[in-house]
Ligand binder design. Structure first.
Ligand code: SAM
Length: 222
């Protein structure tokens, strides 16, 4: 059975990831290493290598493999980087990040999801990936600065706290815009007060809910 998953994982990387233009060998290697079937809900394992996001607990989703790879490649992470992920969800993207970066901190607002993700990291021995519970729109000031920040949920604007916690020279990737009209933004911190931004295309993510994101009722908090 395991051999079967390995084969499907290799095919997934060849067709969905490399086949769509992801070239960074570290990203391809990491995607070949992390067993996505261990990050989906029970009974969903057979769908783990589909070219799609899948439902997880708390009405959330594990992102499509391609978008995980595309965001990580765009973040230009190197081996000694410290990375923040906002929206840990299943923990899958954090686990992939952990194969590339030195240290990964991933925040999730739903405690049950964080608990499951933390258990998965322990079972797989991914001890450089730290799962925290909280409002990721505020970042993790006690662990900042971060060489890269990936936000796996879409907000109205890039939270100021996250921009402040980005190291100079670092990259932040985040879906920005109204639900149904999100663009993946890449922000690079070029100096103490200098940021450059570009759009990498349309994406579809669950909402980023928090003090510097959307309110539970869908309105903008600030
Ligand atoms: N990266 C995840 C994975 O690999 O499974 C996918 C994450 S899912 C698309 C987005 C996650 O962001 C959800 O689990 C949601 O609960 C979480 N989220 C939304 N707003 C958040 C916030 N302010 N702080 C932390 N997590 C948040």
């Amino acid at each position: 059975m395991m051999g079967d998953y390995e084969k499907r994982r290799r095919q997934m990387v060849d067709v969905q990831i490399a086949g769509r233009g992801i070239r960074d060998p570290r990203v391809l290697k990491a995607m070949r290493a992390v067993p996505r079937e261990r990050f989906v809900g029970e009974g969903m394992e057979e769908f783990a290598y589909e070219d799609a996001a899948l439902p997880i607990e708390e009405q959330q989703t594990i992102s499509q493999p391609y978008i995980v790879a595309a965001m990580i490649e765009a973040a230009e992470i190197v081996a000694d980087d410290r990375v923040l992920e906002v929206g840990a969800g299943s923990g899958y993207a954090a686990a992939v990040l952990g194969q590339i970066a030195a240290e990964v901190f991933a925040i999730e607002r739903h405690e049950p999801l964080a608990r499951i993700a933390r258990k998965r990291m322990a079972m797989l021995g991914y001890d450089n990936v730290h799962i925290r519970v909280g409002d990721g729109t505020l970042g993790l000031p006690e662990e900042a600065p971060f060489d890269a920040i990936l936000v796996a949920a879409g907000g109205p604007v890039v939270p100021v706290s996250l921009k402040e916690q980005l190291a100079i020279g670092g990259h932040l990737l985040m879906p920005v815009g109204d639900p149904g009209n999100q663009q993946l933004r890449k922000i690079t911190r070029v100096g103490q007060d200098g940021y450059e931004g570009q759009s990498l295309g349309a994406v579809m993510f669950v909402p980023l809910i928090g003090e510097q994101g959307w309110r539970e009722d869908g309105r903008q908090t600030r």
